[in-house]
Design a protein around this ligand. Structure first.
Ligand code: SAM
Length: 443
């Protein structure tokens, strides 16, 4: 007798032909993969399934499945056998075919961290040839349900001027009445009730200094943006020639306490700042603990933004030490200058990290420790080689993409730097994102 396959079509009329989109498949869901989906197989073909959990049996509707495609994408639309960690998504639009902002709302926060730990471990296994026992740590927050943490949210605007978020892998905007992962000040800014005209994106940033959130509007092309009244927010318009104030401040104020010391930062426009309120202190403390920075040492902070790690390193090395920070966004460097102007032992360079690492002024100096916090693409081969050439005694790598981190770990190994520690934090609950801090020393 043939063993009946569990992966069979449930709709007799499902198209077998060129385009599988819309076809419903019954699938046995396999392991989680990087990107917010799980892996299943249908007749030998890989199907990436969203809204599912490993081990579940689901009916999934194919969302991408062109003829000859190596793999398909699908959304689990019915759950036949649920994992015990499955929950009702707290947001009404965190469902198949609706908002693409969150990936894991259908799992308990603990299960989400387990999924992310698997992904981090898998990336290190695949790309760095390292088998690691990874734990993704919960970070301090007033809520255990993983909601109301996002202090920065970029909303898209639909043809009717309503704000929302885009569908997964689509330009289509799902208008929102609320975004439960965004903080109260972000959703309370008024942008979700307002109507915009000729606007592409509306970014809201709420600082920790308690001031009104900043709304930065980007017009759609060269057209003149029509703005609603937002009495509970500061408003600015971003065009190709810069940021233009409409009302209130054009920057956001941030305050953190690390190691008993208070630090204040200014973040212009909707410039980069860690989005989870716990992130600056958690990452700052982790980096300092990883590097064990000593007074008098020379530190290098690459991709330094408005100077979060620069300020902490400046404290740790003291007046007898030095910190050099390199950041590509000139506005962020200007902000860092405002926050750090009293720190005479701190130098801020505006420019590409790649160029700074090739500059004789840097290569000729002593560098004891390096912090790098690159964008999602990671540092890459050239930057890794440049850092290794400085021969620091320790490197702390802050990474928002575990794949890029694992790839760069392999590059670092090629230069004799071994992974000495890895911590992973759930700084983006309900999404598939995870933040890691990896420490490297010379092997
Ligand atoms: C993930 S953010 C980190 C910022 C900062 N470390 C923090 O935690 O607030 C990455 C930063 O790298 C900057 N950046 C991106 N590519 C760069 C490059 N090639 N050279 C210099 N800076 C770059 C971005 O402008 C951004 O400020």
């Amino acid at each position: 007798m043939n063993t009946p396959t569990r992966q069979r079509r449930t709709r007799a009329a499902a198209p077998a032909g060129p385009d599988a989109r819309g076809t419903e498949l019954e699938l046995e869901v396999g392991p989680v993969a990087h990107g917010g989906h799980c892996v299943a197989r249908h007749e030998g073909r890989v199907v990436f399934v969203r809204h599912a959990l490993p081990g579940e049996r689901v009916v999934a509707r194919v969302t991408e499945g062109a003829e000859g495609a190596k793999f398909w994408r699908a959304d689990a639309v019915r759950v036949l056998q649920a994992d015990e960690a499955r929950v009702e998504p707290p947001c009404p639009v965190a469902r198949p075919g609706l908002c693409g902002g969150c990936d894991f709302q259908h799992a308990t926060p603990a299960k989400q961290r387990e999924l992310k730990a698997s992904v981090v471990a898998e990336q290190f296994h695949r790309l760095a040839d390292l088998d690691l026992d990874v734990t993704v740590e919960e970070v301090p927050h007033e809520r255990a349900d993983g909601l109301r943490w996002r202090t920065r949210t970029q909303f898209a605007v639909d043809a009717e001027g309503r704000t929302g978020l885009r569908k997964h892998r689509s330009h289509e905007v799902v208008p929102l009445a609320d975004c439960p992962i965004s903080t109260e000040p972000v959703v309370g800014s008024g942008v979700l009730e307002a109507r915009f005209g000729n606007v592409e994106t509306v970014e809201v940033a709420a600082g920790s200094d308690g001031a009104a959130p900043l709304v930065v509007v980007t017009p759609d092309g060269d057209r003149h943006a029509h703005l609603p009244k937002l009495p509970d927010a500061s408003v600015a318009v971003r065009t190709a020639d810069g940021l233009h104030r409409v009302s209130g401040r054009t920057w956001v104020g941030e305050r953190i306490t690390v190691g008993g010391r208070d630090h204040a930062f200014r973040v212009g426009g909707a410039g980069f700042w860690q989005v989870h309120p716990a992130a600056p202190a958690v990452l700052g403390e982790t980096v300092l603990a990883a590097l064990q920075v000593q007074p008098g040492e020379s530190a290098l902070d690459l991709y330094s933004g408005v100077g979060l790690f620069t300020a902490l390193l400046a404290d740790a090395v003291g007046q007898d030490g030095s910190v050099l920070a390199v950041e590509g966004d000139e506005r962020a460097v200007r902000d860092a200058r405002k926050s750090l102007h009293e720190q005479r032992h701190v130098e801020l360079w505006a420019g590409a990290v790649e160029e700074a690492l090739a500059d004789d002024e840097l290569t000729g100096r002593r560098t004891d420790v390096v912090v790098l916090d690159p964008p999602r693409t990671g540092a890459g081969r050239t930057v890794v080689a440049g850092i290794a050439a400085l021969a620091p005694r320790a490197i702390a790598y802050v990474a928002c993409d575990p794949a890029a981190l694992a790839r760069d770990t392999a590059f670092l190994a090629g230069h004799g730097y071994v992974l000495d520690g890895l911590r992973a934090f759930d700084l983006f609950p309900h999404t598939h994102h995870v933040e890691c801090v990896a420490t490297f020393v010379r092997g």
